[in-house]
Ligand binder design. Structure first.
Ligand SMILES: [Zn+2]
Ligand SMILES: [Zn+2]
Length: 268
């Protein structure tokens, strides 16, 4: 059972191709399951499209849902299409987000912390003139937000969980107990951690999360899943087989995907 749960498309303003192009690519790479998980709109902002180029407009949300549901039906004999979303997590707004999600027949929601202290984690400017102590503070705040996102109970999957290293690989060398505390919180919640291969195309040139984090995740009995975080149909399933091999080497026995928000176990 081959799956990829993390894909975007042109609606967000920074990906190319239509949803259907990602489905075609998934069929071509012989996946059994393709999850569509575009970025959540900025529900708490007043404007319809507060940050064009970051996410779909609020008014696009219903058409996104109906398009994926239509394609799910259209392709049911060739591939299983799942309705997902990569949701931002803002501690001050999550109840507002929850209201929008509660009316939708999602298969799963990926919770991703993208903003720490108002800066996007993949924004290179945030690291200009940053001292080592800043890195520690930022890293701890980042993991604190991930813990809060887990406590919200809104998410089936945690997206790119050491994503902060993406544009500043040095962040990985900063030691903090917060990482292990976060892993314990995730283990208790039953949420899955995604191995996200898009980091290979960023400055860190590595998957999210790193192997050492995955080894600890395995020790704590955390479930894992896979997402290419494709913003181009060509990247669907990117390095899926290498991830599967690595997970087996680390000691994982299975990985999971979600159908109707219920976890499905697949042997590695
Ligand atoms: Zn994106
Ligand atoms: Zn993301």
């Amino acid at each position: 059972m081959k799956f990829d749960l993390h894909t975007h498309h042109q609606r967000c303003g920074h990906a190319i191709g239509k949803i259907e192009d990602y489905i075609h690519s998934a069929i071509k790479t012989e996946l059994d399951v393709i999850g569509i998980s575009d970025h959540s709109p900025f529900f708490a902002e007043e404007e319809d499209q507060a940050f064009a180029g970051s996410a779909m407009a609020k008014s696009e949300f219903p058409s996104y849902i109906s398009e994926v549901l239509l394609l799910k039906e259209k392709y049911q004999d060739r591939i299983e299409v799942l309705l997902g979303m990569e949701s931002d997590f803002f501690p001050e707004h999550f109840e507002h987000y929850r209201k929008f999600y509660s009316q939708v027949p999602f298969d799963y929601i990926i919770g991703s912390v993208h903003y720490v202290n108002r800066f996007h984690i993949f924004d290179k400017k945030r690291w200009n003139n940053a001292a080592e102590c800043d890195l520690l503070t930022e890293k701890e705040q980042y993991y604190q937000l991930i813990q809060q996102s887990v406590h919200s109970g809104m998410f089936d999957i945690l997206g790119h969980m050491d994503g902060m290293k993406g544009c500043n690989p040095a962040v990985s060398d900063i030691q903090t107990d917060m990482l292990d505390l976060t892993l314990k919180v995730i283990a208790d919640s039953g949420a899955a951690v995604e191995i996200n291969t898009s980091g290979k195309r960023k400055e860190c040139q590595a998957w999210f999360p790193s192997d050492d984090i995955l080894e600890r995740a395995c020790h704590y009995g955390i479930n894992v899943t896979f997402g290419s975080d494709s913003h181009d149909p060509q990247h669907v399933g990117y390095e899926r087989e290498q991830v599967r091999q690595r997970l087996k080497e680390i000691g994982f026995k299975h990985w999971v995907f979600f159908r109707g928000r219920k976890q499905q176990r697949v042997a590695l």
